[in-house]
Design a protein around this ligand. Structure first.
Ligand code: MF3
Ligand code: CO
Length: 237
């Protein structure tokens, strides 16, 4: 999983150079797919439950599972959430990050920053002896203190030989509740944070999840390893 995670992280580095005004999300999909293949790995999302892309690219008010398209050209001021799954030698890694396209508004910058920070607040709680909802409670607390909201209907998850495994890892909850965390558990912690309401809808394409009020949303995800002490982030170079 560490090896799958390293390829995942390197794919993000490759894409970061490509994300600029004028690029289409289909071009980003293509770059990621080629890079992952060159590393002898497979895109976890490709044909997952019929998903038609290699990665997910969700622009502005799209929360997650945006399908890359030749018709979607990124413009200055947009934000784009990129979600990548890498399958390598029998194991998956799953990671996501929201990128600014050129110069963005201060509000959008704050949303991206708070989303990343909330992941790290959750990460601190992901250690042997703590309980599952300690993670979500820490995320929710940080997000709501900053005036944003946490999506409820989509959650993080266990990850391993399958992309989605038990347990569900909500980004909200009550500290002290849920299953006990044990060393060796590998989890995808992935806060999805909205500027306005936490309510979301799914578009007619059956995949793209959008904010109910059309306001911005950001996403940040790593695959992590629970240990006795600080967790290890596996989706790093
Ligand atoms: N990273 C996404 C998640 O955990 C997986 C997307 S699956 C896809 O929800 F099929 F939409 F690609
Ligand atoms: Co995930």
């Amino acid at each position: 999983m560490r090896a799958a995670g390293a390829i995942n992280a390197a794919t993000f580095e490759r894409l970061a150079e490509a994300i600029k005004p004028g690029v289409t999300t289909a071009e980003l999909d293509d770059i990621a797919a080629r890079f992952i293949r060159q590393n002898n790995a497979i895109c976890s999302f490709w044909h997952y439950n019929g998903y038609p892309g290699h990665i997910c690219t969700s622009v502005n008010g799209q929360v997650v599972h945006g399908i890359p398209s030749k018709k979607v050209e990124l413009r200055e001021g947009d934000i784009v959430s990129v979600d990548i799954g890498v399958f390598y030698r029998g194991y998956h890694s799953d990671s996501a990050k929201t990128f600014p396209v050129g110069k963005i508004s201060t509000e959008a910058e704050t949303l991206i920053r708070v989303t990343e920070e909330s992941f790290y607040e959750g990460l601190k709680m992901a250690r042997m002896g703590n309980r599952l909802q300690d993670i979500g409670a820490a995320i929710q607390n940080h997000v709501e203190q900053n005036g944003f909201s946490v999506v409820r209907s989509l959650v993080g998850h266990g990850v391993g030989s399958e992309l989605h495994e038990d347990p569900e890892v909500p980004n909200f909850g009550t500290a002290g509740r849920g299953a006990r965390l044990l060393p060796g558990m590998t989890l995808a912690i992935e806060p999805m944070v909205n500027q306005g309401t936490y309510h979301v809808n799914t578009l007619a394409d059956q995949w793209t999840v959008v904010t109910a009020d059309g306001k911005l949303s950001a996403h940040y995800e790593h695959t992590i390893l629970v240990r006795d002490g600080e967790a290890e982030i596996l989706t790093r170079c």
